[in-house]
Design a protein. Structure first.
Length: 350
């Protein structure tokens, strides 16, 4: 079961409010209690068993109480950011750790001297410190796991959207028609077009989370050649602005960053225009970042330019950049009377 896949998960934390989740928590707590008991030295076997029982009771009380408390306030903290959720959970764990420590001190002191003591600073501090470290490690694990799962979902969603767009009649059927017409006049060119179409579909089915910039440019070029056959050079004019001598073609990037952006520019900007227009593609090595800019003309008012679908595609790209690079990437969109411009910068990674 994917611990981050449920709808009731709390931020980056997994679902905790089901019997299955509570059972997993109890098993994990028991393993932790066993490890803690084994790290302490006991003079006899009987003392070791007693030590394990007391440690298990202590850990189970803290873990289950904290888990149930997080469940009770889950609706209130589910919309908080990562830091605030971590602080809230840590506070709950610390409170129950101190409470369990005080109860342990009271029980131990009464058993030994018949008088209850309520405080033992070193004992409480040690337990609190261990609880903070363990909870921080657990939350870090959940956060990393959730980020990977979110990136995987976003990547799969992007590939599904790309595959779905390939299956739209406006691309697939027209591409096949263009190839069929080419067969009559230029069989070699028709064969090349068919190979381009196959490679475009193959890139969509690629399972890798990272590909090289060169591979992304290759599939983009193949797509543009296919669209060039459909629209013709008169309607689709492409202007490239890049220096092949300096571009980091081996740089690893998430797949389908540039090609879907180019596809949107054609589908939402150039295709609705009666006379077509110019598609501008710029790639620039800015040292620490790679800057990418795609421009297309703005269709006349009243033209069906599928703006709703365009906004969804851009939001998907924005989410993928955020998941892959966090605050190190940005997406900027600007629109004038005649030009639509989408740009983003990503850190260079090898």
């Amino acid at each position: 079961m994917n611990i981050t896949s449920t709808e009731n998960s709390i931020g980056f934390l997994p679902e905790l409010c089901t019997p299955q989740a509570v059972l997993r928590v109890m098993v994990g707590a028991e393993v932790l209690a066993l490890v803690l008991a084994l790290t302490s030295v006991s003079p006899t076997y009987q003392a070791s068993v007693v030590r394990l029982g007391l440690t298990s009771l202590f850990v189970q009380w803290v873990v289950l109480s904290s888990t149930l408390s997080v469940c009770l306030i889950s609706k209130k903290i589910s919309n908080l950011n990562v830091i605030k959720i971590a602080i809230a959970v840590s506070t709950i764990v610390i409170v129950f750790t101190i409470g369990a420590s005080v109860l342990a001190i009271m029980a131990d002191s009464y058993q030994k001297v018949g008088v209850m003591h309520f405080w033992d600073t070193p004992f409480i501090f040690r337990n609190t410190f261990v609880a903070m470290i363990l909870s921080a490690m657990a939350m870090h694990y959940f956060y990393v796991h959730s980020q990977r799962a979110e990136f995987s979902r976003a990547d799969s969603g992007a590939k599904y959207d790309a595959l779905q767009s390939r299956m739209r009649p406006h691309f697939l059927f027209n591409s096949l028609n263009s190839i069929a017409q080419l067969i009559q006049v230029d069989k070699d060119k028709a064969e090349d077009a068919l190979l381009d179409l196959a490679d475009i579909f193959r890139s969509t089915l690629d399972t890798r989370n990272r590909i090289s910039l060169g591979e992304e440019l290759d599939v983009t070029l193949r797509y543009l050649r296919m669209e060039g056959l459909r629209l013709g050079k008169r309607r689709l004019n492409i202007v490239w602005d890049m220096d092949r001598q300096t571009l980091p073609f081996n740089m690893e990037i998430p797949p389908l960053l540039l090609q879907p952006l180019v596809e949107n520019a054609i589908y939402h900007g150039i295709q609705p225009c009666k006379d077509g227009g110019t598609l501008g593609i710029s790639l620039y090595d800015a040292g620490k970042t790679l800057d990418i800019v795609v421009t297309n003309p703005v269709p006349p008012e009243g033209t069906n330019s599928h703006q709703k679908g365009n906004h969804i595609a851009q939001e998907n790209l924005k989410n993928r950049l955020r998941i892959a690079y966090g605050d190190r990437a940005n997406l900027k969109i600007s629109k004038s009377d005649h030009q639509y411009r989408v740009s983003f910068s990503i850190p260079k990674e090898t």
